[in-house]
Ligand binder design. Structure first.
Ligand SMILES: Nc1nc2c(c(=O)[nH]1)N[C@H]1C(S)=C(S)[C@@H](COP(=O)(O)O)O[C@H]1N2
Ligand SMILES: [Mo]
Length: 220
């Protein structure tokens, strides 16, 4: 059975009614913070680390880490929902709001779609309208501490209103596009958009997907 089929068949326990409306359908609440990714955790030297903004923009830029830290900083507390059925409430991240970031670098996107590039080839696609919101963060810290390496240090995206696979860890590139294109999981059977409250988990195609059951994964 592939990953998409297994997730469809999992039994889902019921939840405290007081929290129920914050929990999307088919999700299980956990206080753990599971660690999920493909491949190895990258190693960084912040002196050489860069974030590249490219594609359909009026001007391409490459930023250094210290330039990000000099931008307006914001705090965000949000719930997160992973397509493998775990949700975690009340996560406090700190970083730069996506809107403030675009204003700070003075880049005007031409396209309506964005590909987020993480290190070692991970990608996720988003509509620009899903990034151009007050609750989207380029995060460097979690609960008052720098992100741990496994959770995406030095920079990850946080998109609370979509399944957590869109929240790219080890973010290195933001590519603006005129047309929507599937990212890594979107090419592997997952929904192009991924709204957890609409249960946009799968694209409907039965593609083989690697084993990935969160309860057996590392967490902290
Ligand atoms: N670069 C990168 N980012 C990634 C992934 C990945 O494999 N590589 N996995 C995604 C998935 S499927 C999930 S559920 C979350 C997990 O984030 P966490 O390990 O901090 O819980 O990261 C997302 N971001
Ligand atoms: Mo995930």
């Amino acid at each position: 059975m592939n990953k998409a089929e297994r997730i469809k068949r999992m039994k889902v326990p019921t939840v405290d009614p007081a929290l129920a409306e914050r929990l999307p359908p088919g999700q299980v609440l956990t206080e753990r913070f599971p660690i999920l990714h493909e491949g190895e955790v990258p190693n960084y030297d912040l002196e050489t680390w860069t974030l590249r903004v490219f594609g359909e923009v009026d001007r391409e830029v490459t930023l250094r880490y210290e330039e990000l830290l000099a931008m307006p900083q914001s705090m965000l507390t949000c719930d997160i929902h992973c397509v493998t059925r775990w949700s975690r409430f009340g996560n406090r991240f700190e970083g730069i709001r996506f809107r403030d970031f675009l204003a700070a670098i003075g880049v005007k996107p031409r396209g309506s779609y964005v590909m987020l590039h993480g290190d070692h080839g991970y990608t996720a696609n988003l509509a620009l309208s899903d990034l151009d919101r007050d609750d989207i963060l380029l995060a460097h810290s979690f609960e008052g501490e720098p992100l741990t390496e496994k959770h995406g240090w030095p920079l990850r995206l946080i998109v609370p209103h979509l399944y957590f696979w869109k929240s790219v860890k080890w973010l290195r590139g933001i590519e603006f596009m005129t047309e929507n294109k599937p990212g890594f999981w979107e090419q592997n059977g997952f929904h192009l958009n991924g709204d957890p409250f609409l249960e946009e988990r799968f694209s409907g195609e039965a593609l083989p997907i690697p084993e990935d059951e969160w309860e057996k994964k590392e967490f902290d």
